[in-house]
Design a protein around this ligand. Structure first.
Ligand code: CTP
Length: 409
């Protein structure tokens, strides 16, 4: 009869979790843990030290998770950088069981196998569940390493007392799956404040065709939208990026490519159903050719060319009029060269937005194409917050900090 899986806390559902396994007999218990996470809808990938593979074979974890297990620094599926891939990919890392040896190597900052290298490359919360002989656990050297790791922000799930593999009773047994899951959920709660939120971001300058090879666009690089999408995804949101710019999207960001304003509007209408937040960073065109030529316009056939342009409807304003999307908190951007506050407030009202970020396009050190941005965030309730010059990624996190309390639960 199959055992019921340990209940998985909601915070862990849908997350990308890396399980790092070192060489202890408790490795077999982690198979059930991986299985429970997968059944709860988390995406689980496993890396093992070579000692760990002596206790449980990688095919067992591959069967349970459906993904290739990484056992070395040089093998990583399709990744060109196997030593950092998992650290970069994961939203949460669990090291279980963590032997005295691996605890020591992590504390020392080593990167001589896939487990330690993954941890050095990690950007996400790390939970370590040690399991070892009771005398080893009690040793000053091990306890000092554990203290060092705790000081660095790692969550340690202390081993429990009970019957040990060595035959006697003592403290060193891997904590129960429930205790480990609770510690993981706690680590997630404090980091992933956008978990359970659906965020739609737009990026880039829309392109309106003149003919099959030419278009009208603008200088928007798309960097601000990509930074917002990455920040929201790193904080646990489910993110869709509707983009007219072609960059590589961050892990966990689903990207929908569009060219024209009309395509962007259609994509937004379908993506925004049930979403919590729209961050409209795209520079949507204001005019487009009334007719696009079906064939390439040839120079010798066209001594001079007059383009007739028609206005493009305001996308955010038309979304504001859609009752089905009334629950979405809509944040626009305003590119201004003067009077940021006054013009921002006017645009926010005109476009039916709940907030707007006005940035100064007259400054050469920020904005279009730059890694930096600055401006002011204005809410429709009258509050305002200066956004000091910072990288677009830092500014994105600041925007998310300020917007989160305004979202409906
Ligand atoms: N926007 C939009 N649809 C458009 C034009 C702009 O949804 N056709 C959105 C942008 O994505 C941005 C906000 O409106 O979030 C403000 O864009 P901006 O270019 O500053 O404003 P415009 O309406 O174009 O006003 P103006 O050209 O007069 O400054």
């Amino acid at each position: 009869m199959p055992l019921d899986p340990t209940p998985v806390p909601d915070e862990l559902r849908g997350l990308r979790i890396a399980l790092l396994i070192s060489g202890g007999i408790a490795a077999y218990k982690v198979v059930d843990l991986a299985s429970a996470l997968v059944q709860a809808g988390s995406e689980v990938r496993v890396a093992m030290t070579s000692s760990a593979t002596r206790f449980v074979g990688p095919p067992t974890f591959e069967g349970v998770t459906g993904s290739r297990v990484q056992t070395g620094l040089w093998s990583g599926g399709t990744s060109p950088e196997p030593h950092v891939f998992l650290g970069d990919w994961a939203q949460l890392i669990l090291v279980a069981p963590a032997t005295a040896n691996v605890v020591g190597r992590i504390a020392a900052g080593r990167s001589d196998d896939i487990v330690t290298a993954t941890l050095l490359a990690a950007r996400c919360p790390v939970v370590i569940a040690p399991a070892m002989n009771d005398a080893m656990w009690a040793k000053e050297a091990v306890q000092e390493n554990v203290t060092t790791l705790r000081r660095r922000g790692v969550t340690i799930v202390e081993p429990e007392s009970g019957h040990l593999a060595s035959g006697h009773v003592g403290t060193g047994r891997l904590a129960s799956s429930q205790t480990i899951f609770n510690a993981m959920a706690h680590a997630v709660r404090s980091r992933y404040d956008f978990a359970g939120r659906r965020v739609v971001v737009t990026a880039g300058g829309t392109r309106e065709p003149i003919d099959p090879v030419r278009f009208i666009s603008n200088y928007s690089s798309g960097k601000m939208g990509f930074a917002l999408a990455a920040a929201a995804a790193d904080r646990g949101a489910k993110v869709t990026l509707v983009s007219a710019a072609a960059h590589v999207a961050h892990h966990g960001v689903e990207i929908q490519h569009v060219d024209t304003a009309e395509e962007m509007l259609a994509e937004l209408r379908s993506q925004l159903r049930g979403a919590d937040l729209l961050l409209m960073a795209a520079a949507v065109g204001d005019f487009r050719p009334s007719r696009a030529a079906k064939r390439k316009i040839r120079r010798e056939e066209t001594p001079s060319l007059n383009l007739e342009l028609e206005p493009i409807p305001d996308l955010v304003a038309s979304l504001a009029g859609d009752e089905a999307l009334a629950g979405v908190f809509r944040v626009g951007f305003a590119a201004e060269d003067s009077d940021l506050d006054a013009k921002g407030v006017e645009k926010m009202k005109r476009k039916g937005l709940q907030a707007i970020i006005a940035n100064d396009i007259s400054r050469r050190d920020i904005g279009f194409g730059s890694e930096y941005n600055a401006g002011v965030l204005l809410f429709s309730d009258g509050t305002r917050h200066d956004l000091e010059k910072s990288t677009k990624r830092e500014m994105s996190d600041r925007i998310l900090d300020l917007v989160l309390p305004k979202l409906k639960r």
